[in-house]
Design a protein around this ligand. Structure first.
Ligand code: NDP
Ligand code: 8X3
Length: 252
């Protein structure tokens, strides 16, 4: 039977790798993000390479109306969403609390927390109708432990951790699985975004150790989504072998 996954933030990093992994295994994918040209390129790649069906939706997860409009307009044959991956997210800045930028804080909370609330609320009616579904939220080590100058980002991922727990409890009667994946440092465009295009600063984050890569996260997400109906991985933390948690690294 055909399966469908909806992935937010599929234009880069984890989201793109997750789309590639699931498409390679025959899943139809609803890919979303703000950068249409990247979604178009990914759609072509996945259709040509794997012969699966792709639906692209361009919207900003911060925009409540846009989220409900885009997801509410998904055609009938696409509404049987088996897996939703709430992956779109970002960090902005790495400054001490008194110097951190208020707009950066707002953007992180609007994207990483409210964005997940909007998208999940919009997708849930499709899952509840079938009493079936799996929500995978992309948390972080920053949602488990607060590190120096992590303020707004750590707060957003801690909030997401609480949201994942809340969804898991409230959705029990609906038979909907909720998995929170908490990766450590992974080399994607994440640090380039965090340091606002400063390539030197972004690269430094991954100096001296082998980080995780987007494919690693895609493999883990695929594993979580491939387990038998009766099993749910609730909470999964992973990191490079050189990272113990959000604070301790072994760099050479
Ligand atoms: P990337 O920057 O490579 O990808 C981020 C994705 O999120 C892009 O596709 C981007 O798409 C999308 N996105 C960001 N803001 C919005 C928005 N407002 N509306 C819609 N889409 C948005 O980073 P990663 O792949 O590394 O990050 C993915 C997730 O994983 C994030 O939630 C991040 O916090 C988390 N994470 C990352 C880790 C890392 O070290 N890389 C570790 C732990 C967690 P577009 O710009 O086209 O809209
Ligand atoms: C991204 C990993 O260590 O920058 O969530 O918070 S970290």
């Amino acid at each position: 039977m055909e399966k469908t996954i909806l992935i937010t933030g599929a234009t880069s990093g984890f989201g793109k790798a997750i789309a590639e992994k699931f498409a390679a295994n025959g899943w139809n994918c609803i890919i979303t993000g703000r950068r249409k040209e990247r979604l178009d390129a990914l759609s072509t790649e996945l259709t040509q390479q794997y012969g699966v069906k792709i639906l692209s939706l361009v919207f900003d997860v911060q925009n409540r109306e846009a989220v409900f409009k885009a997801i509410g307009s998904i055609p009938g044959e696409w509404q049987t969403i088996d897996v939703l991956v709430n992956n779109a997210g970002l960090a902005l800045g790495r400054d001490s609390f008194e110097n951190a930028d208020l707009t950066d804080w707002e953007t992180m909370l609007d994207t990483n927390v409210k964005g997940v609330m909007y998208v999940t609320k919009a997708v849930l009616p499709y899952m509840i109708k079938r009493k079936k579904g799996h929500i995978i939220n992309m948390g972080s080590v920053a949602g488990k432990l607060v590190y120096k100058e992590g303020n707004g980002y750590c707060a957003s991922k801690h909030a997401l951790d609480a949201l994942s727990k809340s969804m898991r409890i409230d959705l029990l009667p609906q038979r909907i699985k909720v998995t929170a994946i908490h990766p450590g440092a992974a080399e994607t465009e994440f640090s380039l975004v965090r340091f606002k295009g400063d390539e030197g600063k972004a690269k430094q984050i991954y100096d001296g150790f082998t980080p995780l890569y987007a494919n690693d996260i895609a493999d883990v997400a695929y594993y979580c989504a491939s387990l038998p109906e009766n099993i749910c991985i609730n909470d999964l933390s992973l990191s490079s072998v050189s990272q113990a948690d959000g604070i301790y690294f072994y760099k050479e």
